[in-house]
Design a protein around this ligand. Structure first.
Ligand code: FAD
Ligand code: NAP
Length: 339
């Protein structure tokens, strides 16, 4: 069946910042055949294709003069289970949090710390999504992607994805591979990661002594709901900047002026700084300029109070970057994908 293409479609409902730009053409793909068909038709018409999932890591600064292909494939299944390790596969358009909750309901452990991250399974490898001390690379078992240059399917191993901090081979080669299915190696036995942020404390407050994976997920959901704005109520794309990893010398220079600097030493001798802390110290927390602003509780999150344009949010982000560079000598890198 030929998928319907709509013309001049507002992308406001398709990005969590709620930015109102238009796609010249828009269609949805519910399975691999529809993906191939959309790409072939766009090729015939000489149109570029922009793939989107949940739109939760996008900053749209202009109308998209392309076919916007929204990944809407659904499905998840168990590929193998030896009683200890279980390999599951999900389609790219599957909502990430639903997939996490499904895996927990089956008794599979490993994704609990990644609860309540918006977006789709297919986009998760793009920036190796991570939260509370776990990244998908820790439970990754492979993925299948369509090479848009050759039209061939390719299976990627963990090594081939070259995952880094909020980074992957897919992020470094934008538009080259379209991810169709992702596989995860989960476990019947819980290996709890509780040392990050307030997770252990929240479980203790709830009186949970021997947490299950579901209890960890519930605790993380409750922390996230308190701290992060819900895009359904206030437009945002989560953390707007990556936490910068800098030299130990630079951190010492910053510490001499700011003894409270929040810094996490890395295995390679470098140090990760909490970008939110730098932005807060610089006085941006809660700042608002028209409808573009910095969240009042979490200064790493830029927000759209309603009618902000992508260009306004981008301009605010650039002012923050310039200020942080001047004050601390630290370059902040944007996390969302800019279009
Ligand atoms: P989109 O925003 O639709 O797309 C992102 C990029 O991936 C685009 O370049 C797009 O072209 C590409 N893409 C999408 N689907 C595919 C595909 N199938 N194949 C190839 N390319 C594709 N991120 C974290 O890492 N950790 C967090 O804890 C976290 N918390 C968040 C909290 C909030 C409130 C919000 C709004 C965002 C948060 N994010 C977090 C960011 C975001 O949710 C993730 O990066 C998520 O994986 C993006 O998925 P998406 O489907 O919305 O991708
Ligand atoms: P937080 O707990 O207030 O911590 C602030 C920062 O310090 C985080 O960015 C985190 O880095 C770092 N951190 C905290 N404990 C750490 C530890 N034990 N070791 C090393 N680094 C540590 O952060 P938050 O904003 O509430 O977010 C909680 C988690 O969800 C974090 O992992 C964060 O990355 C993730 N999150 C991500 C997004 C996104 O859009 N990317 C949005 C919301 C939340 P890391 O960010 O490197 O983990």
């Amino acid at each position: 069946m030929t998928a319907v293409w709509q013309e001049q479609v507002s992308l406001k409902p398709y990005n969590t910042f709620g930015i109102d730009v238009k796609a010249r053409y828009f269609t949805q793909a519910h399975d691999d055949d529809e993906v191939r068909e959309a790409l072939a038709q766009a090729h015939q018409r000489g149109l570029p294709v922009q793939v989107i999932g949940g739109g939760s890591n996008l900053l749209l600064t202009r109308d998209i003069d392309a076919l916007v292909l929204h990944m809407a494939s659904r499905g998840r299944r168990v590929l193998s289970d030896d009683g200890e390790r279980v390999v599951v596969e999900a389609q790219a358009g599957e909502p990430w949090h639903d997939f996490v909750q499904w895996s927990l309901a089956q008794g599979f452990c490993g994704l609990e710390n990644l609860s309540l991250i918006p977006g789709t399974v297919g986009a998760a490898p793009m920036q190796n999504v991570g939260a509370y001390g776990v990244e998908i690379k820790d439970v990754f078992a492979g993925l299948t992607a369509l090479d848009r240059e050759t039209g061939e399917l390719r299976d990627f191993t963990l090594e081939e994805c070259a995952f880094g901090y909020r980074d992957s081979v897919f992020k470094r080669n934008p538009g080259r591979w379209l991810i169709l299915q992702v596989r995860f190696a989960l476990s019947h036995e819980l290996q709890a990661h509780l040392d990050y942020g307030p997770v252990r404390q929240r479980l203790a407050e709830q009186g949970v002594e021997q947490p299950t994976a579901q209890a960890i997920s519930d605790a993380i959901c409750s922390i996230r709901r308190e701290k992060l704005p819900d895009p359904a109520e206030l437009g945002n794309a989560g953390s707007f900047f990556k936490n910068p990893v800098v030299s130990a010398e630079l951190v010492e220079r910053i510490r001499s002026q700011y003894p409270g600097v929040v810094a996490y030493p890395q295995a390679d001798g470098q140090v990760k700084l909490a970008a939110g802390w730098l932005i807060e110290q610089a006085g941006w927390k809660g700042y608002r300029e028209g409808d573009a602003g910095v969240h009042r509780l979490q200064s790493l999150v830029l927000v759209n109070y309603g009618q902000a344009s992508g260009a306004q949010l981008h301009a605010l982000a650039q002012r923050i970057q310039a200020d942080i560079l001047e004050r601390f000598g630290v370059e902040l890198e944007m996390e969302p994908n800019l279009y």
